[in-house]
Ligand binder design. Structure first.
Ligand code: SF4
Length: 694
């Protein structure tokens, strides 16, 4: 039971789960958090929350938490509890040995979108300045890296264009590859409110998600496309807009590169890109596509919201670009009620990308090859920064298997469970000489670690998270870290032990350094955040109060850039052995691989992952509701229970990935986005057969 007693104190902080970034008042009795109350002045949530945030204190106090550092010479040996000094000294000694033996590029780090901006900034700083390479990557690699690529290419910066309030001015919501009811529940409520007021809704999703039809909301158009065909669908919509003259030419002429627009328009106008021609690819009735295109282009203020159903494909970056093309072609960008809005899965996906956690970018999305940018940090940190991008996460595993990458510091990320092609990941982890896991629990990745550094929860640290609308929210320490240190302090200890001068005494000092070196954060201070509650970047002299809407007078890159987006079918194909397509998603009460939510009261609502299968496909295989089934692909197999439903179309099956026993990533392929290596989690050819259980 969570609610008990009268609180003795309280502090306002930010939920550490999804990218909505709800504010909560943590109510305390002494050193114990007894209740999380949705904060009515929270600008992202306005007093609302979902069951994940309400019960998050469960995992903070869970008995599974590891509170003392542990080391072992090899992962096959038992752990040995040691002091912080010994653990840090052991890890630092191994880093130095590896670099002396194999070169400075043989080590790297992975930061997490669950961590604060300040923590992520320090990890990339330690890697770049302490390890002396750019082998830093983030778990955003496996979710929204295509958003980074696509929006930077077209608009000039990698961020959602609107604030959440903007939805109140929207006339048409185009929702593609996202299921806000489960993934972003508090924002979904605001969407539903707007829909009840009369806004129109277009849903592009292989599955009949909740918003397609609920008691109070019904989509005007649902385009149930075949998994993996987003680019074909978006191109078909563009074809209708261009050939029927539904563009906003005045906007395009004023705000975008006209020559690039003409190339794009000529490309999409070709007959083979019409909804009729694309039906063979998408499987969707062309009349519905035409209706959707007309509604989006001429329905008033139209806003696009999207999620991982767009990005986690071999053409993830192409899809993001195709979305941006639609917004520019119709002039739906740069004012309230419109825009392109990635719904971020984790609490700090936006922030961790902002903080320079990609191997090719310094903070503020500036490429490491830019000498003028490198020199800012070189002067400040007193080191030379490598001008070559470092290894991405999948390349780290490749290099580990090849024997050229030997040491990894992994903060707040269970890569073994969350990354694709589990066999390859485990082979990479096995080959390392040093794996430092810095986390709350002994996760699956820690099975291969030889250093475990206990992490602190969001209730035990100060810092900031940046939500899906670029809103920088304060995270406030309400209890003493049970493990002894906040995570930024642990990174600082490790950096010092390898000989790097870091001397911060509070995360506000880290934010001051971020503001000094990152133009879009120039005016951000903890004082300003305390005064305003939160601010949205860019926050600088040009936008002293922050920026709810971006690209108002011009795109960040100057002229908006149209890019031709050719549909290329994924290499993952169905066939006689694997005739069905598996796609994946989330359920409201659980969060990602469940490391946190499975240690809270949320398990009451969701005890296991199930496989949704259409009645026809179930009948063909002799499968009844709740039967155990074997789900197999070219990569591997797992067992779970069947749920027979027409939410999925014939030929498509669907599951969630919250429970480690399901091991959905044993099934997924190693195909990935051409531009960013974001894994193609959303399309796997599978077979389903009755089984006797795991
Ligand atoms: Fe809000 Fe997301 Fe946390 Fe739910 S999980 S309380 S919607 S931030």
């Amino acid at each position: 039971v969570i609610e008990k007693g009268v609180p003795t104190s309280s502090a306002v902080t930010t939920c550490a789960y999804c990218g909505v970034g709800c504010s909560f008042k943590a109510e305390m009795q002494g050193e114990e958090v007894v209740r999380m109350v949705p904060y009515k002045d929270g600008k992202a949530n306005r007093g609302h929350s979902c069951v994940k945030g309400r019960f998050a204190i469960g995992y903070a106090n869970h008995e599974d938490r590891i509170l003392n550092p542990m080391i072992r010479d090899h992962y096959s040996q038992p752990w040995r509890e040691v002091s912080w000094d010994e653990a840090i000294g052991f890890a630092a000694g191994k880093i130095k040995d590896i670099q002396a033996k194999y070169g400075r590029g043989a080590v790297g780090g992975i930061s997490s979108s669950r961590c604060t901006n300040e923590e992520v900034y320090l990890v990339q700083k330690m890697v770049r300045a302490g390890f002396g390479n750019n082998n830093i990557d983030t778990c955003a690699r496996v979710c929204h890296s295509p958003t980074g690529y696509g929006l930077k290419t077209t608009f000039g910066t990698s961020a959602g264009t609107q604030d959440f309030d903007s939805v109140e001015k929207t006339d048409v919501i185009l929702l593609i590859g996202a299921n806000p009811t489960d993934g972003h529940p508090v924002f979904a409520s605001r969407m539903k409110k707007r829909l009840r007021e009369g806004a129109k809704l277009i849903v592009i999703d292989p599955r009949r998600i909740d918003l397609v039809r609920t008691a109070h909301v019904k989509a005007d158009v649902h385009l149930p496309l075949k998994p993996g065909t987003n680019v074909a669908m978006l191109t078909a919509i563009a074809h209708v807009i261009v050939t029927e003259g539904l563009m906003n030419e005045a906007f395009i002429q004023e705000r975008c590169d006209w020559d690039e627009f003409q190339d794009w328009a000529a490309f999409v106008a070709q007959d083979e890109r019409s909804p009729e021609a694309m039906e063979a690819v998408t499987g969707v009735d062309p009349d519905l596509v035409r209706r959707a295109a007309r509604l989006y282009a001429k329905g008033g203020n139209s806003a696009i919201y999207y999620g991982l159903g767009v990005t986690e494909h071999s053409q993830g970056s192409t899809s993001v670009i195709a979305i941006a093309n639609l917004a520019m072609a119709t002039g739906n960008i740069g004012r309230e009620g419109v825009g392109v809005n990635p719904l971020r899965g984790q609490n700090n996906v936006q922030g961790s990308c902002d903080m320079g956690s990609f191997p090719h970018e310094l903070p503020g999305y500036r490429h490491v090859s830019e000498e003028g940018v490198r020199s800012i940090y070189e002067k400040l940190w007193g080191v030379e920064i490598d001008k070559e991008p470092g290894l991405r996460i999948p390349n780290m595993f490749d290099a580990a298997v090849e024997g050229t990458f030997k040491g990894l510091y992994c903060q707040g990320e269970d890569i073994l469970q969350s990354d694709p092609d589990t066999k390859h990941v485990s082979a990479g982890l096995e080959a390392l000489e040093l794996l430092i896991v810095h986390d709350l629990f002994l996760n699956e990745t820690a099975n291969y670690a030889n250093v475990f550094l206990p992490g602190s929860t969001f209730l035990e640290k100060n810092g900031t998270f940046t939500n899906a609308e670029r809103r920088i929210n304060r995270v406030r320490r309400v209890m003493t870290p049970k493990n002894g240190y906040e995570d930024w302090e642990v990174t600082q200890m490790l950096a010092r032990a390898i000989g790097m001068d870091m001397n911060y005494s509070h995360p506000s000092e880290i934010m001051a350094e971020i503001a000094d070196t990152t133009p879009s954060f120039a005016n951000v201070t903890y004082e300003l955040l305390d005064e305003k509650g939160s601010v949205q970047w860019p926050c600088n002299d040009a936008h002293p109060e922050g920026s709810p809407v971006m690209h108002v007078d011009g795109f960040m890159r100057g002229k908006g850039k149209f890019v031709v987006t050719e549909y290329v079918a994924t290499d993952e194909r169905t066939g006689p052995r694997f005739p069905l397509l598996l796609t994946t998603g989330r359920i409201l009460s659980q969060y990602n691989v469940g490391a946190q939510t499975r240690r809270t009261q949320n398990t009451v609502w969701h005890a296991e992952d199930v496989l949704e299968i259409h009645p026809h496909d179930a009948e063909d295989r002799g499968i009844r509701d709740k039967d155990w089934v074997k789900l197999s692909s070219r990569s591997g197999e797992t067992s779970l229970r069947a749920k027979i439903t027409d939410r999925v179309a014939p030929g498509v099956v669907y599951t969630t990935f919250h429970h480690p026993v399901t091991q959905a990533n044993v099934i997924t392929t190693d195909f990935s986005d051409w531009a960013t290596n974001c894994p193609e989690y959303k399309v796997t050819a599978v077979q389903v057969a009755p089984s006797n259980g795991p």
